[in-house]
Design a protein around this ligand. Structure first.
Ligand code: GUN
Length: 298
């Protein structure tokens, strides 16, 4: 029985973060510029609180100027837009991220589109989406999760995917759609699947590269996988797990890791795969934004 390689996203992210930390120190030494990241969190969603804490911790360890704005669950749209306007005009801030999901009364689109495209380190502004889709990524910000997935895919297969087929499961704006654009840019033949796709297991089974981003625990099984395929698991699902007879809440991906490992070439684990890479890509985007603002890139 073959056993797939476990792609260590945590180690790769740590290595990449170390290079960002070194470049940040150089930017400060040579140009007196410290990358600044502002993270806005609204309400008390427990998963969002954890993500935001990790982002802040990583930003500080990279040597960034890191600020966090915690707004009440019932904050008004006007107050959120005012804060974004202030951050857009703050020269010490190079990246602005508003953690999603937002409380229901807020207009997510108006808020994400209010962020200055040059500070949109999430890559959610239509200007950045348009540049990515048009293949004009030299000064665009690419959403962090798909950007991190791409680095892991390139590690396994190189940066030209000519002749390779990729199936993206899920068509979200945060992952599925930008992931498809990135894969296309490096010449993969891309299929985007979703809840209305017919015969999903058969479609997935044709792929050399599988990106699972649907939010269904352990949906992708061994019999969905072509032998040797590379599998990137973007899912983060909270489920009850029984370990040594004890039941606890734990995280699991959209892929049945143990099952697919009998067939696949390489698989990312959850946790320890895509998650750490996503946070590091946010730091990379923020450093790049600071360099672009100083006319050092682009
Ligand atoms: N919530 C889940 N993923 C993300 C992300 O990549 N960016 C933001 N802003 N919120 C999220």
């Amino acid at each position: 029985m073959t056993v797939a390689k476990r792609i260590d996203g945590k180690a790769k992210a740590a290595e990449f973060a170390a290079s960002i930390t070194r470049e940040t120190a150089t930017l400060l030494d040579e140009h007196g510029i410290r990358p600044g990241l502002a993270v806005v969190i609204i309400g008390e969603d427990p998963a969002s609180q954890v993500y935001v804490r990790n982002k802040k911790r990583t930003a500080e360890s990279c040597g960034f100027h890191s600020v966090q704005h915690k707004l009440a669950e019932d904050v008004s749209q006007t107050d959120v837009l005012q804060l974004i306007d202030n951050l857009n005009n703050d020269d010490a801030i190079h990246g602005i991220l508003v953690q999603l999901p937002l409380p229901g009364h807020l207009d997510e689109q108006a808020i994400t589109q209010a962020i200055e495209p040059s500070k949109d380190v999430d890559g959610f502004h239509f200007v950045n989406i348009g540049k990515l889709t048009a293949g004009h990524t030299s000064d665009a910000f690419v959403p962090c999760t798909p950007a991190g997935c791409m680095l892991m895919i390139e590690d396994e297969l190189g940066n030209d995917l000519s002749g390779k087929s990729a199936v993206v499961i899920g068509r979200s704006n945060i992952v599925g759609k930008p992931m498809a654009a990135l894969l296309l840019q490096v010449n993969a033949t891309v299929t985007v699947t979703h809840s209305r796709t017919k015969d999903l297991p058969q479609v997935v089974a044709a792929a050399d590269i599988i990106i699972a981003a649907v939010g269904r625990p352990e949906m992708v099984k061994a019999d969905w996988v072509k032998p040797g395929a590379i599998i990137i698991d973007v899912g983060i699902n909270r489920v009850e797990k029984t370990i040594n007879g004890e039941t606890k809440m734990g995280l699991t991906g959209d892929v049945d890791f143990d099952d697919v490992s009998t067939v696949a070439g390489a698989v990312t684990p959850v946790p320890g795969g895509v998650g750490p890479m996503t946070i590091t890509m946010l730091m990379a985007n923020t450093l790049r934004s600071a360099r672009l603002a100083a006319g050092l890139e682009g």
